[in-house]
Design a protein around this ligand. Sequence first.
Ligand code: PLP
Length: 366
Amino acid sequence: MRPIYVTRSSMPELDEYVEEIRDLWDSRVLTNSGVKYQELAGKLTEYLGVENISMFCNGHLGLEIAFEALGLTEGEVITTPFTFASTTQAIVRMGLTPVFCDVKPDNFTMDPAGIEALITEKTVAIVPVHVYGQICDWRAIEAIAKKHHLKVVYDAAHAFGVQVDGRGAGTLGDMSMFSFHATKVFHTIEGGALTYADPAYTARINAWRNFGLNASGTAEFVGGNAKMTEFSAAMGLCNLRHVDGEIAKRGKADAHYRARLDGIPGLYIPPRQANVVPNYAYFPVIFDGFRYSRDEVAEKLKEQNIFARKYFYPLTNQFDCFRGKPYYGAERTPIALSASEHVLTLPMFADLTSDEIDRICDVILK
Ligand SMILES: *Cc1c(COP(=O)(O)O)cnc(C)c1O
């Protein structure tokens, strides 16, 4: 029996990729927003239902660029500790101070009820995360942001293709960041994007990813290098042709898991959201009051060559690099803390078979 890892990258047929990159041997344009980049940007704009997109060598730099482009270079940012390292690291690296808001107990997205108490005269933005592809309470967040004149940048790394209330997740807030990392629902090997409604940001974002250079070759500000290569864009073009099928296969896996695990005492699975077209990016299960602890279940699975992941554990406000900072510590985010101590993300990818899901559920239930 093959080992079952928590994720397995989607891949096109090798021949399809080879066909896609063939032109690059003629054009010799390998990066710097060539034809593959342009074609993928056009197709993703349509697929995600967004006004503007800029793509990068990864999602993390996209997040840093979003803060820079929005002029968020100092002050406090209200965010969530129940996320991948990237969200918090991007905030801190850009000279901003994270202020951690707790999450909702039902789906672990930022709890809007906790935001206003954290707002001070130094607050400049709210950075929520559509964690596991679950969409944040965006109307409440938007209302608070409007009232207090704050920017909203969504970490939509998990939310590729997710729609809420008939609109793409990437249309929410001032900007949204998508990750196209190999482990995500849609990928360009490494890669990422920002989506945003206001075209006024395009020039600055695109200059940033190329050292801040403008058309006349001077730099009006200090940028970096975050360009997506043509080989990544070509992988994206191939993967985009198949992504609907991949999401449908994930949906079947999700339904199978739910049929086996829903309603088992001591297990909690975040319910599907109303008005949301999901992408089934992850399958998190909370083990609380179950016969075995989360850690014991993870061990038992490992003995059977099944590798689930404690995702997200630890919380980012527990990272060693933040020791001694005023925002270090999880006491102020008890719901996030509890989730991080009880959650196990089970294997989820398009090629996961029914037999494999049964193997996983049998270990958990037996
Ligand atoms: C993957 C991920 C990122 C970072 O994306 P990269 O493309 O790997 O840089 C940021 N936030 C979250 C929540 C992620 O899961």
